[in-house]
Structure formats: structure tokens, C-alpha cells
Design a protein around this ligand. Structure first.
Ligand code: SF4
Length: 389
């Protein structure tokens, strides 16, 4: 297929595809799916070989958020039966983190619900980072605490944080449909704060919220322009008790096409398969390893993932290998930093949104509600039960 040949050539050269090419990936047919995966897999292998980086989530503070993100079970007014607890103590958090590291995780992601941290919260998280690094100096620590105020990114960096996560989630033009308590611009600003402080930026998206293909391309192009080092791709887990509980829009095939598109647009960036992989890719998860070079091990913030052992078995069975602590994740030309060489300045791409009905919508594909696959997390951080790692 000419489209795929072009995309592979561009990906190997770290050249930005056109919006039309990115959109075309999303509208390829199921008959072409394996060709799409194989093509994006060539780009993945060029920059990341067969390595898979493992990341481990620790939910430091769960639920009770004053923000209203529609996709989130921790939101204001959420009726989801999730665990609710306030800040874990540093030793509790570092114990949970140690379980992930023992399971093979190279990065620990410290996440707290809320609009953003107070300075006192930054102090708490700084102590937690210190406790984790004391146990294992090599582990990468990423903080995800919401919108950052001036100086907070610098303080986290000084405390030993390696990275900061803040997702754009969806296109600028539809951001107001999923959240009203903060803006897309707020999110962009926080990613820039993190980058400005020398933290490795992690910023991604959530697919399956009813967005159009054009929205998905918009957010991925905006991410490329923003230049994060890692791009987590979440597939909405429609948790009962949230406004998006009825949004079952994804098939395994569509999820794979979305991951392939992200790989073509961000060829040499850590593309991380994040929440929702078990729910939406289901038995097709191993194919996704040909597209992404990073996954989460074990459970998510408020829902359970498959057993950590199943993650490790899947990686081995599919012929991939867990990335070791001594191996650099990013290609040498990126020097462990941003994707400046690969990222064409494309601010215009983000604002050049097609109307949301101008391309096939996620809802156009047949999919069925798989509520049987959604399990609220009842183990690990905030409970007396051992974490899944
Ligand atoms: S995504 Fe974050 S800010 Fe939004 S409701 Fe959930 S915890 Fe709060």
C-alpha cells in the first residue's frame, strides 16, 4: 500500500506525516490491519528494537477531586465505587513502588487526584521521591499531580523527580466537552512548566470518548508539537458512575489503528500503551507490542489490570524483552531529552481542526459494552492487600 510505504519512510527519517496520511491510517480496513501493524512495527523497531519499558503506577491520593473530567472515576460527583483515600505516607508509597520495581518496572509514576498540588503537597511528594530513590537510585520517578504553579516543577526536579506527566487527553476543540473546570491551555502550560524545569515531559491522550478521527489526529499532532519524551495512549475505561460510562466506542482493531497512527506521527518517542488495554484490545494486546515500546505493569489508578505475570508472559511470548534499568529508553539522537529533531514546529496543526463530523467517528465502528472486564481496584496502594506487580 503506497500510504504505508510512505509512512514507513517518513517514520524512519523522523519526518512528520501529513494530516491526511495520519487520518488515512484511522480509516484503513480490517483487511489491511496486519499490514498497518507491520508497517508501524518497522518504525517501532528502528528506534526501540524489541524492548518494552515497564512503568508502575502508585496512586498517592485517590478520589475526592474537585475537578469534573468526565472520563475520570475520581471526579467531582463521581458515583463510581472506587477506593477513596488521602495522601499515602512516603514509606507506604515507596513500599508500593518497590513492588513494581521488583516486578520489572523501570519507572514509577506517582499520581495524586486533584486540580494541582499545594506547596505542602509538593513537600510530601518530595519526601516520597526521596524514600523511593533511597531504596533504588536507578528507578525513574515521574510525578503526576495536576496543574503546576510557578516554581513547583523546579522543586520536584530538585527533589529527584525525573519526569512529569500531564496529558492533553483530547483535541483543543473538544476539550470543553469533557472538562469545564480547567482548560486545554492550562494543560499545555503545565507540560511547558515541566519542560522548563528540565523534567522529562510525559503527555498523552485518551481515545474512545466519542471523539472523531480528526480530533485524534489533532491531539497527536499537538503532542508532537509540544515535544514530550513519552506519549501515553489511554483507551477510555467507561467506569460505571461516570458521565462517559456508556461510551463503548472502541474495537481491538480501532485501538490498533490508533496506536499505529501515534507511532507514525511520533516515531522516535516513547509511545506507552496505558489504561484500557485489557478492556479494549483484549486478546489482541500482543499485537500492540509491535507499535508501542512501553506499557504499565499491573494495575491502574482506580481499576485493576491483568496480573503482572500475565504482562511479563505476554512480552516474552510475543518475542519482546523487558527493557533493563541500564538501557536508555530513547534513541541516541534524542539524548534522553525531547524530540526536537523529529518534531516539526506544527502549532498550526493543532488549531487546524476539521469539524468533528468531518471524518469517520469512533462510534461508527461496531463495539459492545464489556463491563465484565472493568474491575475497580481493591488491592495495592490504599488497601491492606499486596499490589499487583
Ligand atoms: S483527571 Fe485528575 S483533575 Fe480530572 S477529575 Fe480526575 S483526578 Fe481530578
Amino acid at each position: 500500500m503506497d500510504l504505508l510505504n510512505t509512512l514507513v519512510e517518513k517514520g524512519l527519517r523522523r519526518e512528520l506525516p501529513s494530516r491526511e496520511e495520519a487520518l488515512a491510517v484511522l480509516t484503513t480496513s480490517d483487511d489491511d490491519l496486519l499490514e498497518v501493524v507491520a508497517a508501524a512495527g518497522k518504525v517501532r523497531r528502528q528506534w526501540f528494537g524489541r524492548r518494552v519499558k515497564l512503568n508502575y503506577l502508585v496512586n498517592l491520593k485517590s478520589g475526592l477531586c474537585p475537578e469534573d473530567c468526565s472520563y475520570c472515576s475520581q471526579r467531582l460527583g463521581s458515583e463510581a465505587g472506587i477506593l477513596k483515600y488521602t495522601w499515602l505516607k512516603p514509606d507506604e508509597a515507596s513500599k508500593a513502588a518497590a513492588a513494581g520495581v521488583a516486578g520489572g518496572a523501570k519507572r514509577v509514576c506517582l499520581v495524586a487526584s486533584g486540580r494541582g498540588p499545594t506547596d505542602r503537597d509538593v513537600d510530601r511528594v518530595s519526601k516520597t521521591i526521596g524514600a523511593i530513590k533511597e531504596q533504588n537510585a536507578d528507578v525513574e520517578v515521574c510525578a503526576c499531580l495536576g496543574l503546576l504553579s510557578d516554581g513547583q516543577a523546579e522543586r520536584l526536579k530538585a527533589a529527584g523527580a525525573d519526569a512529569y506527566n500531564h496529558n492533553l487527553n483530547t483535541s483543543e476543540s473538544t476539550y470543553g466537552d469533557i472538562t469545564t473546570t480547567h482548560t486545554y491551555a492550562d494543560r499545555v502550560e503545565t507540560v511547558r512548566h515541566a519542560q522548563g524545569a528540565g523534567l522529562s515531559a510525559c503527555s498523552g491522550l485518551i481515545a474512545g470518548m466519542g471523539e472523531s478521527d480528526a480530533d485524534l489526529v489533532d491531539v497527536v499532532f499537538a503532542l508532537r508539537a509540544l515535544d514530550p519524551d513519552s506519549v501515553p495512549v489511554n483507551f477510555l475505561i467507561p467506569v460505571e458512575g461516570t458521565p462517559l460510562a456508556g461510551e463503548w466506542n472502541l474495537t481491538p482493531q480501532r485501538a490498533l489503528r490508533i496506536l499505529a497512527m501515534v507511532r507514525f506521527v511520533c516515531p522516535d518517542v516513547e509511545v506507552r500503551l496505558a489504561g484500557g488495554r485489557e478492556v479494549h484490545l483484549r486478546t489482541m494486546q500482543p499485537l500492540a507490542l509491535h507499535l508501542v515500546n512501553s506499557i504499565f505493569l499491573g494495575d491502574y489508578l482506580t481499576t485493576e489490570g491483568q496480573e503482572g505475570k500475565a504482562d511479563l508472559d505476554m512480552i516474552a511470548d510475543a518475542g519482546f524483552e523487558v527493557e533493563g534499568a541500564g538501557t536508555a529508553t530513547l534513541p541516541e539522537h534524542r539524548g534522553g531529552g525531547g524530540c526536537a529533531s523529529a518534531c516539526a514546529p506544527s502549532d498550526s496543526a493543532a488549531s487546524d481542526s476539521a469539524p468533528s463530523d468531518s471524518a469517520s467517528s469512533a462510534g461508527a465502528e461496531a463495539s459492545s459494552a464489556r463491563t465484565d472486564l472493568v474491575t475497580v481496584r481493591r488491592r495495592g496502594a490504599g488497601t491492606d492487600l499486596a499490589p499487583n506487580a
